[in-house]
Design a protein around this ligand. Structure first.
Ligand code: GTP
Ligand code: MG
Length: 361
């Protein structure tokens, strides 16, 4: 599966700047609101030092990282859901995203106007929350019309669905996001097709002043207000500048600035954690490759990521944890040392497992 991250936030919060920093794209940015007039999409290779090391060991013809997709949309403003600005129409572009990254302006810059005239990250977070709730409410109301007429026949499925939709709409009217409604799995099931934005996991990107970091006072205040959601503090502007530099120079520069982990790495790590995703690896002469699966996936499911035939004909998995493989130097040595294990259908794949699947056709 490819993780898709939707980037949203108020106009001029730095969404496109962040998008460019992460994807090395050149989406237009600017000091006027709504610099972005349509969505930007880009795919990025997930950096993984393990792949580089395995490539050294196996000298493969091909090295294939996993990818993450980013979607950048025009700014959301107060009233977007009723047609103000460009926001609401474009919020729909995020419905396919697995996780939302909300950029919150924490930087001062008189040249970059704020749509509400002042810097107030918590107010901005509230504004966006409300607009997302209202956008979801509109989706639920449209669905309710259909469900209501379908329920007239007395069909139990639609009667139950209608009840859930009515409850959810009432909570939306109180401003509550789906993720905070405490719905049962069964209730959620009725909503799954709607791809509601407020049911998606969200994290915040505090776009702080140049030279500020995780202890930026505005980022800290945002963390307090975020109700346990993750807050990453970055300077999108600096990160965008770094992304334009020669990678070696950028590394030196980032160290001088005290930037320990690139924004891309932080965003991907957070997305993977929120969605409970892990990476397993395959290694051989033809190809060294990284794959993404959900935590808890068993060996045949992981095999299915490679090819459905391998899942169908699954016999066993030969599993070597990455550190053991590196320490052994080869699968042959790993086998004689006993660190290459034979695992069956019930084996739960772990992050960093290097796997060779045996299967019959
Ligand atoms: N000083 C400073 N300026 C920034 C930072 N991030 C973005 N900007 C500037 O703020 C302006 C708006 O940035 P964009 O990335 O276009 O903002 P956006 O959220 O995509 O805006 P819309 O597409 O209009 O919704 C640009 O002039 C950026 O250069 C930052 O970290 N610090
Ligand atoms: Mg933009």
């Amino acid at each position: 599966m490819t993780l898709s991250v939707g980037i949203m936030g108020l106009p001029n919060s730095g969404k496109s700047t962040l998008f460019n920093a992460i994807t090395h794209a050149h989406a237009p940015t600017g000091t006027h609101a709504f610099s972005t007039t349509d969505r930007n999409i880009a795919s990025v290779n997930v950096p993984d030092a393990r792949l580089d090391k395995l490539a050294e060991m196996f000298d493969p013809k091909k090295v294939t990282p996993t990818t993450v997709e980013f979607v950048d949309i025009p700014g959301v403003v107060r009233g977007s859901s009723e047609g103000a600005g460009l926001g609401n129409k474009f919020l729909g572009y995020l419905r396919q995203s697995d996780v939302l990254a909300e950029v919150v302006r924490c930087f001062d810059d008189d040249n970059v106007p704020h749509p509400d005239g002042s810097i107030d990250p918590i107010r901005d977070m509230e504004t966006v929350r409300l607009e997302l709730v209202l956008a979801d409410l509109a989706v639920v109301q449209r669905r309710m019309e259909r469900t209501r007429s379908a329920a007239k026949s007395g069909d139990k499925k639609y009667v139950a669905e209608l009840q859930v939709l009515e409850e959810v709409a009432a909570r939306f009217n109180e401003g509550v996001p789906v993720r905070d409604m405490g719905l049962t799995n069964e209730q959620q099931e009725h909503l799954s097709e709607l791809d509601l934005l407020t049911s998606k996991p969200v994290f915040y990107v505090a776009n702080v002043n140049e030279g500020s970091g995780p202890d930026d006072p505005r980022a800290l205040a945002l963390r307090d207000a975020a109700g346990g959601a993750e807050v990453i503090a970055v300077s999108a502007k600096i990160e965008a500048e770094l992304s334009e530099m020669d990678p070696e120079d950028a590394k030196v520069f980032a160290e001088e600035l005290g930037i320990k982990e690139s924004t891309l790495d932080q965003v991907i790590r957070t997305g993977y954690r929120l969605l409970d995703l892990i990476t397993f690896l395959t290694a051989g002469e033809p190809e060294v490759r990284a794959w993404t699966v959900r935590k808890g996936a068993k060996a045949p499911e992981a095999a299915g990521k490679i090819h459905s035939d391998i899942e169908r004909g699954f016999i066993r998995a030969e599993v070597t944890p990455y550190p053991e493989l590196v320490a052994s130097g080869s699968f042959a040595t790993a086998r004689t040392k006993g660190v290459l294990r034979l695992e069956g259908r019930e084996y739960v794949v772990q992050d960093g497992d290097v796997i060779y699947f045996r299967f019959s056709v």
